[in-house]
Design a protein. Structure first.
Length: 569
């Protein structure tokens, strides 16, 4: 597994582990009863592409491609990661540490063991790390198996051991192709930007550039204004009309408000069933955490990673709403005890693929978790803060609500006339039959009667035609338009901020002059390589490689031909 936190959490499932050092790695030794486990963290990726050989680190011989990898090194002074060099290419420091030390320690441990279980994250990135470990350790110990689990619980670990498997080479191939494609197109376009803008901090990419385009377009829309009429009636009804037609000068609005009456007509009342939202996927969690908690996407992913590694939630990089049988039973026990048997309605939200939704792994409600943490009655391997509790609260309530009975709501459909402008409104005014609203808030308004009402407040103002995107909204758009992946959503937003293509103001993303210039240059000169349509098509091809439906060599040949056309321009 990659993370020291994850290693500690798993080790504690089987009693208090013993600890020892092998090289610079901490090894936790514990027993499941069937196996004596030596648990150690690999600290993420071990290898990355080099630059000095082949085409940006990839050799081409006839129609075959051979990516050349070397140990990842990290500068202890500036934090820069690189391969090949003996000093930091960024700050020239000689204080560097190499992942070669980790592999050396892992090989010593492999000599002592009968079997090797690789338990990296259950996605393409995790599978590539598992493959690298497999290649590094196979000459020492060939009995290597892959463990896959989507939550860090004792039951999930034992189930993964009982169902150990080999490496999924389709996932590995997909990750390799993604990395090569990212290197080829990204490095080629970045080099062009460095030359044109005389700035080596700039970059471009298939996903990064279209997303920057969305932010620029929305920023431009926010500069355009529309006229909005806001009014409040004596019955507390709030009305908003965009681009109203007025027969008087808008400066007379306060005078007219005293003279006029608004006409409200209840057209009909109807009862509707309202169903709970499905459990969280990565994009939905990032969007809600941005809007409700004011968390950045990077912050949300970091906190979710902690919750996952502490065994509190399932894997947080997923685009699936599927709920396992275990998850449904978990919700059943909690809902029936808390609200009654009649409130539970199990829903699997079944979707193809191995991944599950983001959900709690235990029926510990947020208030109880908070009390257990801050009273010291439960200790996790990582210190959890108020922010962890806030995100857990979102995940827990969204999941449990998804397994609860739908509600029946009475709606009023209204026709309103104010200052000669007609509009309509729907109000939820009464919950007829309760369900998931017992756990998550469902807003209802006061019932309205037909009649003429005084206007107690009225204002006309110029408002943006559209507000700039929040970080969460950008991620939601990436999911909707099918570019980017759960593992890269936050990274894309972070890169745009780091490159100073966009800045965040009042929790909204707006482009900078630099971002505008870079985007226009790229779209004008290289739009056919980085358009949204091309990116979406490439994402679909990568999915087919993961599913074993597309030969990765064919895809690399197509990508290589494309990059050669770009270089020849």
């Amino acid at each position: 597994m990659e993370s020291p936190t994850k290693a500690k959490t798993i080790a504690k499932f089987f009693g208090k582990p013993s600890k020892r050092l092998v090289g610079n790695l901490t090894v936790y030794e514990t027993s499941t009863g069937e196996y004596i486990l030596n648990i150690v963290a690999t600290m993420g990726h071990l290898y990355d592409l080099i630059f000095s050989e082949g085409f940006h680190g990839v050799l081409k011989k006839e129609n075959n491609f051979y990516p050349i990898y070397d140990f990842i090194k990290k500068c202890l002074k500036c934090g820069h990661q690189f391969t090949e060099y003996d000093s930091c290419p960024k700050c020239k420091s000689l204080e560097i540490v190499s992942k070669e030390r980790i592999v050396g320690s892992l090989r010593k441990i492999a000599l002592e063991t009968n079997l090797i279980f690789i338990a990296t994250d259950p996605d393409a990135e995790g599978e590539k790390i598992a493959y690298d470990l497999y290649c590094s350790l196979y000459p020492i110990n060939s009995k290597i198996y892959r463990l896959e689990f989507h939550e860090i619980t004792k039951k999930a670990i034992l189930n993964a051991i009982a169902n150990k498997r080999g490496i999924n080479f389709s996932l590995v191939e997909a990750q390799i192709v993604r990395r090569i494609e990212d290197r080829w197109i990204g490095f080629e376009l970045s080099q062009i930007l460095w030359k044109v803008f005389k700035n080596r901090k700039l970059s471009a990419g298939r996903v990064q550039t279209p997303v920057l385009g969305w932010i620029i377009e929305r920023t431009k829309e926010s500069w355009e204004k529309k006229i909005v009429l806001n009014a409040k009636l004596e019955n507390n009804l709030s009305i908003r009309i965009e681009e109203p037609k007025l027969e008087f000068d808008f400066r007379e609005i306060y005078k007219k408000a005293r003279e006029e009456r608004a006409k409200v007509e209840v057209v009909k009342e109807e009862i509707r069933k309202v169903y709970p939202l499905p459990p969280y996927t990565t994009d939905a969690l990032l969007k809600d955490a941005s809007l409700k908690l004011n968390f950045s996407v990077n912050q949300t992913m970091r906190i979710a990673q902690d919750l996952f590694e502490c065994g509190l939630i399932t894997y947080h990089r997923t685009d699936s709403t599927s709920v396992s049988t275990f998850g449904i039973n978990l919700a059943k026990d909690y809902i029936q005890k808390k609200f009654g048997k009649e409130f539970f309605v199990g829903r699997s939200y079944r979707k193809e693929g191995a991944h599950e939704c983001i959900r709690p792994t235990r029926a510990i409600d947020p208030a109880k978790l908070k009390d257990l943490i801050f009273s010291g009655r439960i200790r996790f391997v990582k210190v959890l803060s108020e922010e962890h509790c806030m995100l857990y609260d979102l995940i827990f309530k969204r999941f449990m609500a998804s397994q609860m009975r739908e509600i029946e709501v009475k709606y009023q459909i209204l026709k309103i006339k104010v200052f000669g402008n007609d509009t309509s409104l729907e109000l939820a005014v009464e919950i007829i039959k309760e369900g998931f609203n017992r756990l998550v808030h469902f807003e209802v308004k006061r019932r309205v009667e037909s009649g003429l009402y005084r206007i107690i407040f009225a204002r006309i103002k110029r408002a943006p035609k559209a507000w700039p995107f929040s970080q969460g909204e950008v991620v939601g758009l990436m999911k909707e338009r099918k570019i980017g992946r759960p593992s890269t959503y936050s990274k894309i937003v972070q890169v745009l901020l780091e490159r100073k293509y966009v800045v965040e103001r009042r929790n909204k993303l707006v482009n900078t002059k630099l971002g505008f210039k870079v985007y226009n240059f790229l779209i004008k000169n290289y739009g056919e390589y980085i358009s949204e349509e091309v990116t979406r098509r490439l994402e679909a091809i990568m999915d087919r490689i993961e599913e074993g439906k597309e030969a990765y060599t064919n895809v690399l040949n197509e990508l290589y031909a494309e990059i050669m056309r770009l270089k020849a321009r």
